[in-house]
Design a protein. Structure first.
Length: 217
């Protein structure tokens, strides 16, 4: 897997302009560099970010519902208690980010890579993820209930208290995950690929889900 890109590696790096002003609802931000900004309770619903870069930015609270992120790069960005529901992410790269207490239900992501990110109590119910990679991430108390996962992989990532109720999976690769701490939805693993050691770890729960009684004698 290629290493995360640096800011200077972006094809639009030379065109980036520093952010000035404030975030606005339905606003359009094209080739803008957000550097060291802190946003609290911003109302930015329906905005569009295209070929933008975010460095050491924090979002605390705020309304970003139905915002679009297209070809964006985020490094060391923190989202705390933010409303990211119904957002759309296309060709995005997020490195060393943190998402805590975030509402991201009905989010749509395609060709998105998360590297060394932490997710804590994130609501991704009914989300649609296609060609999304969680590399060396921590996913704690993340709810994928009712989500559709297609071509999603978790290399090096730790799943802790993840819920998969009513998830639909297609070509989901869990083989290289560091830990599969799945709280619920084991019966929805159809369409996932796991390794033999992981199968042994999951066997007791899968047997219980399938109603299989295991006896040594």
């Amino acid at each position: 897997m290629p290493a995360p890109r640096e800011l200077a590696d972006l094809p639009y790096a030379e065109y980036l302009q520093p952010f000035r002003g404030r975030l606005e609802s339905e606003g359009t931000y094209d080739t803008v560099h957000f550097d060291g900004n802190g946003f609290e309770d911003a109302d930015c619903g329906g905005a569009r970010f295209m070929e933008c870069a975010f460095s050491s930015v924090s979002f605390t609270g705020g309304h970003y519902r139905r915002t679009r992120f297209n070809d964006v790069w985020l490094h060391t960005v923190r989202w705390v208690g933010a409303d990211l529901a119904e957002t759309e992410w296309l060709d995005a790269e997020i490195t060393s980010g943190a998402f805590a207490g975030v509402e991201a239900f009905s989010t749509r992501m395609r060709r998105v890579t998360f590297s060394h990110c932490k997710f804590d109590s994130v609501n991704l119910r009914a989300a649609a993820l296609r060609d999304v990679r969680f590399a060396d991430c921590l996913l704690r108390d993340v709810d994928f209930g009712g989500a559709t996962l297609t071509g999603v992989a978790f290399p090096g990532s730790t799943l802790d208290g993840v819920r998969l109720d009513d998830v639909r999976m297609t070509e989901v690769d869990l083989r290289d995950a560091a830990a599969l701490g799945i709280t619920s939805g084991h019966d929805r693993l159809r369409g996932a690929v796991i390794g033999s050691p992981q199968l042994l770890d999951l066997a007791p729960v899968l047997a219980q889900v399938l109603g299989i009684e295991v006896r040594d004698r």
